[in-house]
Write a protein that binds this ligand. Structure first.
Ligand code: SF4
Ligand code: SF4
Length: 386
């Protein structure tokens, strides 16, 4: 296993592979209330630790609010807790007052069966919440928790575009930030520029969705042909991870594994002696650019994710809906984007809230027929809430 420094402030040395605990194995696949299969999850979590993974990411809301408890139980005995860093997140929209935030942290500590959290995040900071987060003094509340020894580091996770990321990053001396990046998103979401900004500031940078919700793991035949052109044969999963391993600024790459086999494959990829920053040569970068171009040629809605159409007066996250729909079309499978669409549904940001006012269409530089396309996207994405 490769290990990396974790920003400038905490002094952590972390495994380059981190285990995400939002897609743990479940007893009944495909239903909203499926329980985590604890026996399998425990086996995977302990296997990960035994093979060098020392970084675990969870959140208040994952697995119907049970992920933290599963992780805590898996790590409680035999000294496993002391071998790892536990990172979890609190959503601002659900807990807004200082009292609610403290109550939730206390509950989270009980669920995790630990006396401290290594890094505590504000979960998925959104542009629309940022002013309220500042006004409600959420960061100050987290600082008090740190003084009390309940948490060690303070961070945030983020899914929006670069300008708000910069604003949030520069506002405070965060210990870490967590963003979505993969070779399809180098010009999207916070973009690859966010990686460099965090690196220059010395903020630990953690990557989520390295395989775009698993979509990059099963490439179509034309993409396989591109990968197979390279003399060193490797899986699509390895290509996806190595794009991120290549960045020296990245501390940990999270993998939301569901099976022990996936975990073993990931550990193997991250244990290769050449799985280090600078691992990609120009030929490999060119192959990934061509793979990206191939996928993009399949996307049906020409949304660039610029967010000029936001805010929608009815709360629809228009680029988020289009991005998930395009993922389903590009990767030929709608289950992964349906899963992430369910997060928009929970936040009342899905396409069903469109009132057809037309305000967004006037602002779209791509002249997308947003109202009609939202209906199409919703029909394909609705129905799977996890
Ligand atoms: S047309 Fe629909 S998505 Fe667009 S601004 Fe109006 S309500 Fe929002
Ligand atoms: S303005 Fe158009 S291109 Fe930009 S995010 Fe909205 S729908 Fe997409």
């Amino acid at each position: 296993m490769q290990y990396r420094t974790y920003g400038k402030q905490l002094g952590f040395k972390v495994s380059a592979l981190g285990m995400g605990c939002m897609r743990l194995p479940r007893i009944y696949q495909g239903t909203s209330d499926a329980d985590v299969d604890k026996e399998k999850a425990f086996e995977m979590i302990r296997y990960a630790v035994d093979h060098g993974v020392n970084y675990f990411d969870t959140a208040y809301g994952y697995h119907n609010k049970t992920s933290e408890a599963v992780l805590g139980e898996a790590l409680e005995k035999d000294g496993y807790r002391d071998k790892v860093k536990i990172v979890t997140k609190q959503p601002f929209g659900v807990m807004t007052t200082q009292a609610e935030i403290r109550r939730n942290l206390e509950n989270t500590l009980k669920k995790l069966r630990t006396d401290h959290i290594d890094v505590y995040l504000i979960h998925n900071i959104q542009k629309s919440d940022w002013e309220n987060i500042k006004q409600q003094k959420i960061i100050e509340a987290y600082e008090k928790f740190r003084v009390e020894g309940l948490i060690r580091g303070i961070g945030f996770s983020y899914h929006g575009i670069l300008p708000t990321f910069k604003e949030v990053l520069d506002f405070y001396s965060w210990d870490m930030c967590q963003i979505q990046q993969n070779f399809m998103d180098v010009e999207r979401e916070a973009t690859a520029e966010a990686i460099h900004l965090a690196g220059r500031k010395g903020t630990a940078l953690v990557i989520m969705e390295p395989l775009r919700g698993g979509s990059l793991a099963n490439p179509p035949a034309p993409v396989k042909v591109l990968y197979d052109e390279y003399p060193v044969k490797r899986s699509a999963v390895a290509w996806g991870f190595r794009h991120l391993i290549n960045y020296p600024e990245v501390s940990t790459i999270l993998s939301g594994v569901t099976t022990l086999e996936q975990l073993k494959e990931d550990i193997d990829i991250f244990s290769k002696p050449d799985a280090v920053p600078g691992c990609l040569n120009d030929t490999e970068k060119a192959i990934l650019s061509r793979v990206k171009a191939h996928y993009e040629s399949l996307a049906s809605i020409p949304c660039t994710g610029c967010e000029y159409c936001l805010p929608c007066p009815h709360g629809v996250h228009i680029p988020g809906v289009f991005s998930k729909y395009n993922d389903g079309v590009m990767f030929g499978a709608f289950d992964p984007p349906k899963r992430s669409y369910s997060f928009l549904t929970r936040a009342n940001q899905d396409a069903s809230h469109c009132a057809a006012c037309g305000e967004c269409e006037q602002k779209c530089p791509q002249h997308i027929a947003i109202i009609e396309q939202l209906k199409t996207a919703h029909e394909s994405l609705k129905g799977l809430i996890e």
